[in-house]
Design a binder for this molecule. Structure first.
Ligand code: PLP
Length: 440
C-alpha cells in the first residue's frame, strides 16, 4: 500500500480527481489531508500535527490507533476475515455479550448492522412489526442517518431532499436556550415539551404511532442535554399510548457522556437501543440494535424480515471486543466523565466568562457545545462566514474543531488528557479574542 511515502498534494489530487464526498458540492472542496494518527493527534504527510477535538465524526471515542483494538483486528484477520451472518461465530457472540452486559436487565439480543443509519432503520422496522402501527415520531433537531427511513426520521435539513419514506412525523424537543415553548426554566421546558408531544400523539392518533425515536442527547443538533424529567416523561407517554421508545445512542453511547449508555444518567429505559460509532470507535464499520426481550420474542416463531451480508462481520466484532475491553480495563469511560467534570466544563465556563461571543456552554463527559452568538442578549447566531473564519483559525493553530451551524462542539476522544484539554482551551481562547462584533 502507498501509505507513508506520499505527499499531501498527490493525496489531494487523487481525492479531487476520483473521490465523491458526503453532503457536499464537489466543485470547490479542499479536504484536509490526514496521513496518520495516534491518541488525540493526527498528522499529514508533511509533519503538520492536529489535536483532534472532533473525534472525526464524534466516533473515535478510544482515540486513534489504540493498540489493543488493532491487535484484536489483526488476530481476527489471521483467523477468519469473513463469514456469513447465518453462522454461529465465537467473536460475534462475545461482542454481543459485551454489549448486552452493559445494557439494562431485559436486553439480551443484538442485531448487528454496518453503522448507525441501518441500526435505526432496523429498529424502526422492529417497532412497526411489534406494534402493527406505522408512524414514527422524532424531533426536528435530530440526525438519525442517511438511509430510507433514518434520513426521513432525521429532523434537520438533510431530510428534505430525501423524503421518500412514509409515516414520519416531527415534533420539537426541549432546548431551553432557544425554547420553542417560551420557557425560562428547565422545569417549564420539560413540562411544555411533554405537553406538546402528547398533543402531537393525540393529533396524529395514538393508535397509528409505532415508535418515538430520540437521540438520548441530540448530538449534531447541538448536544442538547435533556432537562430533568423529560426522558422519563416521554417514557410515560410511550407506556400510556402503547408506543415503542427507541433511543438512538449512536453518538451519545459508549463513553461519550462519561457513561456506557447516555440514558444511564436519566430515569428512563427504552425498548430498543441503537448504537454504532463509539462501540468500536469506527476502526471497522459497525452498528446495531439492542433488543428488549418482549420485542425479541416477537421473532421467536415469526421470521424477522431483515438482514445484511455483513451483519456481525468478524473484523467488526473483533474491534468491538478490543475496544470495549480496553475501555473497561483502562477506565476510559470514567476518564471521559472526570475530564468533563474537572477540565472541559470549568474550562469552557471560564471562556464564557471572558468572551461575549459565547452565548451558552452545555454538555457532560466529552460531549460539549459552545453556542456562539453575535449578541448575547438577542442570542442571534454568529453568521456562517464568521464560523468559517473561526474554524480556519483553529485549524491554523493545530486544532481540529467540530463546527456545526453557529456552534463549536468540544468532542475529543474519551482518552483525552487534562493537558490536551488545556491546549485546546488555549486555542479557542486565542481565536475568540479576535472575534469582534460578530466578525473574526
Ligand atoms: N444517529 C446519530 C445520533 C448519529 O449521530 C449518526 C451519525 O452521525 C447516525 C445515527 C448515523 O450513523 P452512520 O453514519 O453510522 O450511519
Amino acid at each position: 500500500l502507498p501509505l507513508t511515502s506520499d505527499s499531501n498534494q498527490h493525496t489531494l489530487d487523487l481525492d479531487r480527481a476520483h473521490v465523491f464526498h458526503s453532503w457536499s458540492a464537489q466543485g470547490s472542496l479542499k479536504p484536509l489531508v490526514i496521513a496518520g494518527g495516534l491518541g488525540t493527534r493526527v498528522w499529514d504527510f508533511e509533519g503538520t500535527e492536529y489535536l483532534d477535538f472532533s473525534s472525526q465524526l464524534v466516533n473515535v471515542n478510544i482515540g486513534h490507533q489504540h493498540p489493543a483494538v488493532i491487535a484484536a483486528i489483526k488476530e481476527q484477520a489471521d483467523l477468519l476475515t469473513t463469514i456469513a451472518p447465518s453462522t454461529a461465530n465465537l467473536t460475534r457472540g462475545e461482542a454481543a455479550k459485551r454489549i448486552t452486559d452493559r445494557a439494562p436487565d431485559g436486553f439480551n439480543k443484538v442485531f448487528f448492522t454496518n453503522g448507525g443509519a441501518d441500526a435505526n432503520e432496523n429498529a424502526i422496522r422492529m417497532a412497526r412489526l411489534h406494534t402493527g402501527r406505522d408512524k414514527v415520531l422524532s424531533t426536528y433537531r435530530s440526525y438519525h442517518g442517511n438511509t430510507g427511513a433514518a434520513i426521513v426520521a432525521t429532523g434537520d435539513w438533510r431530510r428534505m431532499p430525501n423524503e421518500y419514506a412514509r409515516g414520519h412525523v416531527h415534533f420539537f424537543g426541549p432546548y431551553l436556550y432557544r425554547s420553542e415553548f417560551w420557557a425560562t426554566t428547565p422545569e417549564q421546558e420539560t413540562e411544555r415539551a411533554l405537553h406538546h408531544l402528547e398533543r402531537v400523539i393525540q393529533g396524529e392518533g395514538a393508535a397509528t404511532i409505532a415508535a418515538i425515536m430520540l437521540e438520548t442527547v441530540p448530538g449534531t443538533a447541538g448536544i442538547l442535554v435533556p432537562p430533568p424529567g423529560y426522558l422519563a416523561g416521554v417514557r410515560a407517554l410511550c407506556d400510556r399510548y402503547g408506543i415503542v421508545l427507541i433511543l438512538d445512542e449512536v453518538m451519545a453511547g459508549f463513553g461519550r457522556t462519561g457513561r456506557w449508555f447516555a440514558f444511564d444518567g436519566y430515569d428512563v429505559v427504552p425498548d430498543l437501543i441503537t448504537f454504532a460509532k463509539g462501540v468500536n470507535s469506527g476502526y471497522v464499520p459497525a452498528g446495531g440494535v439492542v433488543i428488549s426481550d418482549p420485542i425479541a420474542a416477537d421473532f421467536d416463531e415469526t421470521v424477522f424480515p431483515g438482514g445484511l451480508t455483513y451483519s456481525g462481520h468478524p473484523l467488526a466484532m473483533a474491534s468491538i471486543i478490543g475496544a470495549l475491553d480496553a475501555m473497561a480495563g483502562e477506565g476510559i469511560v470514567d476518564n471521559a466523565a472526570r475530564v468533563g467534570r474537572e477540565a472541559i466544563g470549568p474550562g469552557l465556563a471560564n471562556l464564557a466568562d471572558k468572551h461575549d461571543v459565547i452565548g451558552e456552554v452545555r454538555g457532560e463527559g466529552v460531549f460539549w457545545a459552545m453556542e456562539l452568538v453575535a449578541d448575547r442578549a438577542t442570542r442571534e447566531p454568529l453568521p456562517a462566514a464568521t464560523m468559517g473564519q473561526i474554524k480556519a483559525a483553529l485549524v491554523g493553530r493545530g486544532l481540529l474543531p467540530f463546527v456545526q451551524d453557529n456552534r463549536i462542539h468540544v468532542v475529543p476522544p474519551c482518552t483525552v488528557t487534562d493537558d490536551e484539554v488545556a491546549e485546546a482551551l488555549a486555542a479557542y481562547d486565542a481565536v475568540f479574542t479576535t472575534v469582534q462584533g460578530g466578525h473574526a
